[in-house]
Write a protein that binds this ligand. Structure first.
Ligand code: SF4
Length: 344
């Protein structure tokens, strides 16, 4: 188990639930836009919110942002360690730095300041900005892990341990290999993600392939799905991933068969209606919508509630037993009646 690191009011590592992160898509100085994006992300289930801090005016804006969002605020810093110190002084709950573009002397000064201010850091290595000594390595996964460990050891030597690490690559395979390595090497929580994953259509699948593998192996304490889309899309995708790997059980899982030639009913349409209706319910329930008896009775019977079609009829199951048989035309109404009872 990883060490626990407190980021504002959220503890990561140490067996705490995997936290979902996203990043603002507006300049920190556009405080109104940042606050709006943070509120929408929070509503979608975000736990930790990150803002790019490219200059001192952005670092100064953090104080006002912090006052107006109710999530831990992370300052994302590249190149200039002084920005990270300014961000920490301006109430950032954590700073993310990239050891690939900050010199050792700067890292030392930053570490001393963070220790004084009691602000944690994320050592965030990125495949696109590896430091010179690792840039041409043929083993990219090892290079990512080694680069992070160099910075972590430097901080440990200065007595600083409030560290989170991340090793992001735009390749799913490289990301998985790198995290598997560092997981064995370090005691600190890991923030996992595939960098520059792309548009939602492809980026969600690429991220799910990499991050799903890691999470199923028990690797990952916070997660971000980086998409060329707004922050809420990232948060929704990350939440669904945690559900898919069984790390978030407080929701209504809708099991639906893909439908084939054995069924004439619009199973997908009904499943979608059930999913939309139960989207915000935070209870660990399972509802099955099945096209026929081949797998239908087994799946539907194993859920809290289920329906399996057959010819012009449908069988409704509750808690593993047949509740009733209705005509297919009445199936939707009957199913929703039972869903309402289930959610009471
Ligand atoms: S449950 Fe029945 S209708 Fe659905 S895919 Fe399987 S065989 Fe086809």
């Amino acid at each position: 188990m990883k060490r626990t690191v407190k980021i504002g009011g959220v503890s990561v590592g140490g067996g705490n639930p995997v936290a979902v992160q996203t990043m603002a898509k507006a300049a920190a100085t556009d405080i109104k836009a940042i606050i709006e994006q943070a509120a929408a992300a929070k509503e979608a289930g975000c736990d930790i919110f990150r803002v790019a801090v490219p200059d001192m005016s952005a670092a100064a804006a953090l104080r006002e942002i912090r006052r107006n969002i109710d999530m831990p605020l992370v300052a994302d810093i590249h190149f200039d360690y002084k920005l990270a110190i300014a961000a920490a002084k301006n109430r950032a709950d954590k700073v993310r730095i990239n050891p690939g573009n900050i010199k050792k002397a700067g890292l030392k000064e930053l570490t001393a300041a963070l220790k004084d201010l009691r602000v944690p850091v994320r050592v965030g290595v990125n495949g696109g900005s590896l430091e010179k000594s690792y840039k041409n390595s043929s083993d990219r996964a090892s290079a990512l892990a080694s680069s992070a460990m160099d910075a972590i050891r430097l901080m440990e030597d200065l007595g600083f341990y409030d560290i989170v690490a991340s090793l992001k690559s735009s390749s799913a395979a490289e990301t998985v290999a790198a995290y598997r390595q560092i997981d064995k090497l370090c005691q600190y929580p890991l923030h996992i993600g595939v960098t520059e994953a792309g548009t939602p259509e492809r980026g969600i699948i690429k991220s799910a392939a990499a991050l799903g593998s890691l999470l199923l192996d028990g690797i990952g304490d916070t997660v971000r799905i980086s998409l060329a889309a707004d922050p809420t899309a990232e948060v929704k995708a990350a939440r669904e991933l945690l559900r898919a790997v069984g790390l978030d059980k407080s929701f209504v899982e809708v099991i639906a068969c893909p439908r084939c030639g054995r069924c004439g009913y619009d199973v997908g349409g009904l499943a979608q209606k059930v999913e939309d209706y139960t989207r915000n319910v935070k209870k660990p329930l399972k509802i099955a919508v099945m096209g026929c008896v081949v797998n239908g009775s087994g799946e539907a019977g194993a859920c809290d509630l289920g329906i399996a079609f057959g010819g012009d009829k449908a069988v409704v199951f509750k808690d593993g037993s047949v509740l009733k048989t209705v005509g297919a035309d009445d199936a939707e109404g009957c199913l929703f009646e039972e869903i309402k009872k289930l959610l009471l």
